[in-house]
Design a protein around this ligand. Structure first.
Ligand code: NDP
Length: 265
């Protein structure tokens, strides 16, 4: 408990001895999260859908630990969050090598933007499956280990799009709003077991998703951001680190915004 300033306050932020699973860690926000959690001492398992992504994660972990890639600090692993069988295999492999991950960051996500009237059912389904059903499937499997340990941290990466309802994103806004409802309900189910469940809702962050925008789209986007710039993946990762650390043990069922002031209050 944080009730005595004579104790080592820094220890509340250390992740030494914890195994963290970060989905979609090959690039963007997930890459920064994987790197930062490793920096704070976690054994990080970062997932990617390609071998090139797996290698990128392994190079990141090697870089953080100033050594050649060494499995003892964690690893990159292939995972498609929409494939339940793949999820079972990946957890079996992680648990055998590292023990159960007690920190889970559901970061994997995709966009398939289109106006509702023109949106194909397959684009609706793909976005719901990757952003919402994927998080449900991975979390359900991860809970087993957390319940046993009576400690766990689940952080789901939502989006400001859930609250704002961006035009052209009915699938994405629905998936991310769904993730918030999922997180609040789950937070109530598992609170008595020492497990917290929270959402981080970023606004515009500089990644492959936002790099697809034209200069005109970026200018229009930034005109709605009081702080006048996009966020950095590392800024999101710093918030994730706080939520998964011991320091945030009294926060659950929350959606924390990180959006330069697009949504206030
Ligand atoms: P990127 O497109 O840069 O990265 C997406 C990551 O998700 C990649 O690692 C990708 O893996 C992985 N991924 C995609 N589909 C699957 C799948 N089916 N199974 C497993 N992994 C998958 O995205 P960002 O870093 O920008 O976004 C990360 C999260 O943040 C997403 O949930 C996104 O919705 C959210 N977000 C982003 C914002 C932004 O402005 N960038 C704003 C608000 C929220 P691979 O490389 O192998 O394809």
């Amino acid at each position: 408990m944080l009730d005595d300033f004579n104790q080592d306050i820094n220890s509340f932020f250390s992740l030494h001895g914890k195994c963290a699973l970060v989905t979609g860690a090959s690039r963007g926000i997930g890459y920064a999260i994987a790197g930062l959690l490793a920096h704070y001492g976690a054994t990080v398992i970062g997932t990617a859908t390609t071998m090139a992504g797996v290698e990128r994660i392994q190079a990141l972990l090697a870089n953080i630990h100033h050594t050649d890639f060494n499995e003892k600090y964690g690893t990159g692993i292939l995972l498609d969050v929409t494939d339940s069988e793949n999820i079972s295999q990946v957890f079996a492999s992680i648990e055998e090598r590292y023990g159960a991950p007690l920190i889970l960051v559901n970061n994997a996500g995709i966009v398939r933007d289109q106006l509702c009237l023109r949106m194909k059912e397959e684009d609706w389904n793909a976005v719901i499956q990757a952003n919402l059903t994927g998080a449900f499937s991975v979390t359900r499997r991860a809970l087993k280990g957390m319940l046993k340990a009576r400690w766990g941290r689940v952080v789901n990466i939502g989006s400001a799009s859930a609250a704002l309802g961006n035009a052209g994103q009915v699938n994405y806004s629905a998936a991310k709003a769904g993730l918030e409802g999922f997180s609040r309900a789950l937070a109530r189910e598992v609170a008595s077991r020492g497990i917290t469940v929270n959402v981080i809702a970023p606004g515009f962050i500089e990644t492959d998703i936002t790099r697809q925008f034209s200069e005109e789209q970026v200018a229009q986007m930034l005109s709605s951001v009081p702080l006048g710039r996009m966020g950095k993946p590392l800024e999101v990762a710093l918030l994730v680190h706080f939520l998964v650390s011991e320091a945030a043990g009294y926060i659950t069922g929350a959606t924390l915004p990180i959006n330069g002031g697009i949504v206030m209050g």
